[in-house]
Ligand binder design. Structure first.
Ligand code: AMP
Ligand code: GLY
Length: 423
């Protein structure tokens, strides 16, 4: 069969590597892809928001399954466009992807269906938001309602910062229309864990857990990024916590979406905070996490195409989802200066070190093939990933492999998975 993947990051590279393992697949295309994805798939120069062109391509090439990796096209309704043409596609429709596209929607959903989350209020009027803040407890969290590359969340320590935050989001519109509405939310403390789940509209199957590191610098300092590294599984996500989440969060979310007439098919990413009062939802995403996919998919035993087909067909309950009894760590190699200003176009060397190395992967995020070789083409450049028997071993392997790659202005965090030692 032929598969088309939509996206161009490390996540899509990890998906492509998983799909390539399937014995059913003989051709993979990726739009637009990147230099690394080009080793397993044929990259096609069509942008992720060009729904008609993508659907035309899928029809022309007789693609059997299209997998949407990214949030923007999902929230924009790419799945609806493909379905309209009778094309088989993996991902939520627009009316379900809103669970990621609107934080106000997802908070209201959780409130209505008693799914544990931080208490909150939604605001469309900046004056009312400020009036609310005057008597609110600090610290407090402000979130732009819409998509903002994971950066539309402001943690404010005091009233002054919070008022400034309302200005940034709602008046200065730092994240554009994403800030037309904001959520003001109680500040929670605890360990964070991400659980990605396969969903078929009725059934939901959580994958193994992972933890991201969102800040740019060691010790969780610096600006928020798309994610600087991950490990899987999280030792803090115990069997007991998992059971609680299955009963009180995952299945209730599935049922709530169905009751609302928004059957969710695809990947539901549940961002959790393990608080003293139990696990609470930080956020939902409607797709694999990046770089969570890199550590979760390499540990999945199932044929990903079988699982995705079961989601589309509503037969996920028949799938026995299995993960290897080991661990994986991904360290992102970034361009120094990310997420602000950084240079691109630096030649990257050392990829050959990963050849025939079982359990080691170099997933490309921002790379480009040029006449002088593969060069950096983004803030997050590569996701060096390694497996190991234990988390400690996986971390040692991943950091060892970061030394195999060279490029000017290479930057990484040195404490990915440091929390493992506290478990
Ligand atoms: P989100 O995009 O909603 O996951 O938020 C990005 C990051 O901000 C999360 O990974 C948390 O580290 C932090 N965050 C979000 N909401 C809260 C909250 N209510 N309390 C504490 N931290 C939060
Ligand atoms: N790593 C966080 C995300 O993909 O949203």
């Amino acid at each position: 069969m032929k598969v088309l993947i939509v996206g161009s990051g490390g996540r899509e590279h990890a998906i492509a590597v998983s799909v390539a393992k399937s014995s059913q697949v003989d051709k993979i295309y990726c739009a637009p892809g990147n230099a690394g994805i080009g080793f397993v798939a044929e990259c096609v120069d069509i942008g992720p928001m060009e729904f008609e062109k993508l659907a035309d391509f899928a029809q022309e090439k007789e693609i059997d399954l299209t997998i949407i990796g990214m949030d923007d096209p999902l929230v924009g309704g790419i799945v609806d466009e493909f379905e309209k043409r009778g094309l088989r596609v993996f991902g939520p429709r627009k009316n379900a992807a809103i669970i990621e596209g609107s934080k106000a929607f997802s908070k209201d959903l959780m409130k209505k269906y008693h799914i544990p989350t931080a208490s909150y209020e939604n605001f469309t009027d900046p004056e009312k938001a400020i009036a609310y803040l005057e008597s609110a407890r600090m610290p407090i969290v402000l979130k732009a309602d819409g998509l903002a590359l994971g950066k539309g969340v402001l943690i404010c320590q005091n009233l002054e910062e919070a008022k400034e935050g309302v200005k940034t989001l709602m008046l200065d519109k730092q994240f554009g229309d994403a800030g037309n509405e904001i959520v003001i939310e109680e500040f929670m403390t605890g360990r964070e864990v991400s659980v990605l789940c396969y969903c078929d509209g009725t059934h939901i199957k959580p994958m193994t857990s992972a933890q991201d590191h969102k800040r740019a610098k060691d010790g969780d300092q610096g600006l928020n990024t798309g994610g600087m590294g991950t490990f899987s599984p999280s030792p803090f996500y115990t069997k007991e916590i998992e059971k609680f989440c299955e009963e009180k969060i995952y299945q209730p979310t599935m049922d709530a979406m169905k009751k609302e007439g928004r059957d969710f098919v695809g990947i539901l990413f549940v961002g959790l905070m393990l608080t003293e009062d139990g696990p609470k939802v930080l956020e939902y995403n409607a797709r694999f996490g990046d770089p969570e996919a890199q550590v979760v998919l390499v540990r999945m035993k199932n044929d990903i195409v079988d699982v995705m087909n079961a989601c589309i067909d509503g037969t996920l309950d028949e799938v026995d989802l299995q993960f290897e009894d080991n661990a994986a760590v991904c360290v992102v190699l970034a361009s120094d200066g990310y997420p602000e200003h950084y240079e691109k176009g630096k030649v990257i060397t050392g990829f050959e070190n990963f050849e025939n190395k079982e359990g080691y992967y170099v997933f490309h995020a921002g790379t480009k093939k040029t006449e002088s070789g593969i060069v950096t083409n983004g803030g997050r450049v590569l996701g060096v990933t390694a497996k190991g028997k234990t988390l400690q071993q996986a971390r040692a392997n991943a950091y060892e492999a970061t030394e195999w790659i060279q490029f000017d202005n290479k930057y990484m965090r040195h404490d990915i998975g440091k929390a493992i030692d506290e478990a």
